[in-house]
Design a protein around this ligand. Sequence first.
Ligand code: 5AD
Ligand code: SF4
Length: 436
Amino acid sequence: MKKVYIETYGCQMNVYDTEIIKTILVKEGYEFTDVPEKADALFLNTCSVRENAHQKVRQRINVLKQLKRNNKKLIMGVVGCMAQNLRNELLDDKVGVDIVAGPDSYRKLPDMIRHVEKTGEKDFALTLSEYETYSDIFPTHEKGINAWVAVMRGCDNFCTFCVVPYTRGRERSRDPQNVRGEVEKLALQGFKQVTLLGQNVNSYKYESYDFAALMELVSKIQGIERIRFTSPHPKDFPDRLLSAIAENPKICKHIHLPLQAGNNRILDLMNRTYTKEEFLSLVNKIRRKIPDIVLTTDIIVGFPGETEEEFQDTLDLIQKVEFDSAFMFKYSERKNTIASKKFPDDVSDEYKTSRITRLVDLQRSISNKKNNAHIGQVFDVLIEGPAKKRNQLSGRNDGNKIVVFNNSGNFKTGDMVKVKIEEASTNTLIGTIVGY
Ligand code: 5AD
Ligand code: SF4
């Protein structure tokens, strides 16, 4: 049996896609190995969102291609977003890559491997599809309490900094009955939680089903106790969706709401389609409807032309909204994006670093304050596994916050317990079990 080795970089969609690739290749008789030296084919499933993702993969290609010295027939493939975005660079003879396949071409991989084996020539497949959702393929999932389930792919928003519309193509949604089929299978396998996944998950639309209807459908599946979703865009939060989150006890009270910047000129240059004021009024509306909602966000500092005053607007909005936590990034110019063609990357790394440091400090103090406010509260915590310290367990509350506590019973992964919070830090709540 031919053996395949695969490494995954980047987002959860890539982790999901790796499982799709495995399912496709296993059906064709391949076996997977964790040891690159034992493989007949090596694949890297790659990310393009920031430059450091590219650097990591380039380094890895250089290390792994050394294995070709001992195994002349070894096939090396690069798949995913970087494959789609940097086809020419990767197909250069010097690089040593045999197969380059974009995110919509995974069904072709078995044929591509056979082609390279037979001819010794390189092969590539990079056509983006308006339809491919791999909907009929139910990938295997890593064991645990949570399973990620892709419900839509691609993005039509064209935020000017973002490479995703070019690497993953147009938005398309998966048949809700196939989503249901996959989640029913997961429930039977013992998964308690699903996270619905998409580059723009809340623009899900399939015939009469919108995203709220899809979540309602999934929430009816027996055995699934919690439903999460990521990543949404602030433009797609109709009242219907907020009501579903507010009223359906299985849908978790956590919304990741990417802000990106807090200045209106920068938001406009980013093509985010909302102003600072509109974002703030959405936050207020969400909090009115769902008072205990946990809000998290993504921020980019140092977008082309961002001045110190404009960055201050981001700090100001962060202070006003008080997100529970945030992912913060320095702007990184991506090939093919609108920003790379129209706006020079002119904020120096020194300024980017100074801005991100100040932002991280501010967010840390807010996260601390927010977490400290939970002291004394009791949360339902779904146990994910052992914590670092002996006899301690770790899980998450409904709002997706990590909760650590002593295992003062015989509790195990997958159990739901009530934990009273006694201590808090920036990233963790610490408490005691008070019931189950
Ligand atoms: N530079 C820096 N950060 C980026 N992101 C996306 N593209 C870029 C870029 N070119 C960030 C955004 C997005 C998150 C997934 O990655 O904040 O929400
Ligand atoms: Fe990129 Fe914007 Fe689409 Fe998110 S919504 S994937 S940031 S283009």
